[in-house]
Design a protein around this ligand. Structure first.
Ligand code: F6P
Length: 341
């Protein structure tokens, strides 16, 4: 079979492990031929391809990023985009497509499947907010990086008797903040799902100072206060309409400094969380997703996404997986709240 592969949206560690697994199993067990599309849906729109043979995937398992490149191109936001995609797939003889992406990339995949393209999606996002799968690869690596940063910030914060506010990724969902904050022993964790009370945050910081230590506040970039407008963004939007976030950490640090009378600094982890080599967990998950995706293609499946349920890799409808985001439930947040202050 001739199968197309693409990686779309924000990159994350483990993308190359998926590509390697799909191509390796496809060629050695099924005699498939692979076409890599450059930079997500842009490559399909512009028929910008790269051959993917066994030589092309050699040595890429531990490498961060994606050898195919990525973009946030949305064919459905471009006039005539879907028709160009369909025409290019036909012209290139693509019999099945394996898009690796999050809600946006797989949202496009869902529509293409409805239009008759054979599609098997692979879930990816460091935010871990894709529904229908327990975890996405990349998340574990990002949490590990954020946890290590928090560990380091505890000692320098305590030495200088100052608050350190750590801004982590998480546009709609606070999974990274929740897990890294719990693993790193943060004194406050703020997530997009729950608007926060600035007075309570300041009180937790004060309490921490009173106990002889310095507070660490972990805040998702998408978190916002109940009142007022602390959150900032550049106003720049991507092709899927998402605003570029950033600035909540600095804004919060300045309020905490003013209200506690002690210095507060913000640390923005940013793309450090997305770069570099994947953790062992993410390499294994990404590899298993890749193997399962190529199996699904050969089982004649379409409009499905491979997903992790417990320890099993299963197939779920793409439409269900992209219908809504997986947000942090109240009871999970309550677990980390025990450690506030
Ligand atoms: O969607 C994943 C994500 O990492 C979000 O947490 C974040 O808001 C966004 O990507 C940042 O994207 P970019 O690197 O394109 O600015």
């Amino acid at each position: 079979m001739r199968i197309g592969i693409l990686t779309g949206g924000g990159d994350c560690p483990g993308l190359n492990a998926v590509i390697r697994a799909v191509v390796r199993k496809g060629i050695t067990e099924h005699g498939d031929e692979f076409v890599g599309f450059r930079d997500g849906w842009r490559g399909v729109l512009e028929a910008d391809t790269v051959p993917l043979d066994l030589g092309a995937i050699r040595g890429i398992l531990p490498r961060g990023g994606t050898v195919l490149g990525t973009s946030r191109t949305n064919p459905y936001g471009i006039e005539g985009g879907p028709d160009r995609v369909l025409a290019n797939l036909e012209r290139l003889g693509i019999e099945a497509l394996v898009p690796i992406g999050g809600e946006d990339t797989l949202g496009v995949a869902t529509k293409l499947a409805e239009a008759g393209v054979r599609v098997v999606g692979v879930p990816k996002t460091i935010d871990n907010d894709l529904d229908s799968t327990d975890y996405t690869f990349g998340f574990d690596t990002a949490v590990g990086i954020a946890m290590e940063a928090i560990d380091r910030l505890h000692t320098t914060g305590d030495s200088h008797h100052r608050t350190l506010v750590v801004e982590v990724m998480g546009r709609h969902a606070g999974w990274i903040a929740l897990h890294a904050g719990m693993a790193g022993g943060a004194n406050v964790v703020l997530i997009p799902e729950r608007q926060f009370d600035v007075d309570a945050v300041v009180a937790h910081c004060q309490h921490r100072f009173d106990s002889g230590y310095s507070p660490i506040v972990v805040v998702s970039e998408g978190a916002a206060p109940k009142e007022g407008d602390l959150a900032t963004s550049s106003g720049v939007k991507d092709a899927f309409g998402h605003v570029r976030l950033g600035g909540i950490g600095a804004a919060l640090a300045s309020v905490i400094e003013e209200r506690t009378g002690r210095e507060a600094r913000a640390v923005v982890l940013g793309h450090v969380q997305r770069g570099g080599t994947p953790s062992a967990f993410d390499r294994v998950l990404a590899t298993r997703f890749g193997l399962a995706a190529v199996d699904a293609v050969h089982d004649g499946q379409s409009g499905v996404m491979v997903a992790l349920r417990g320890t099993d890799i299963v197939r779920v409808p793409l439409a269900a997986a992209t219908a809504k985001l997986k947000l942090v439930p109240v009871e999970r947040y309550a677990e980390v709240e025990v450690f506030f202050g």
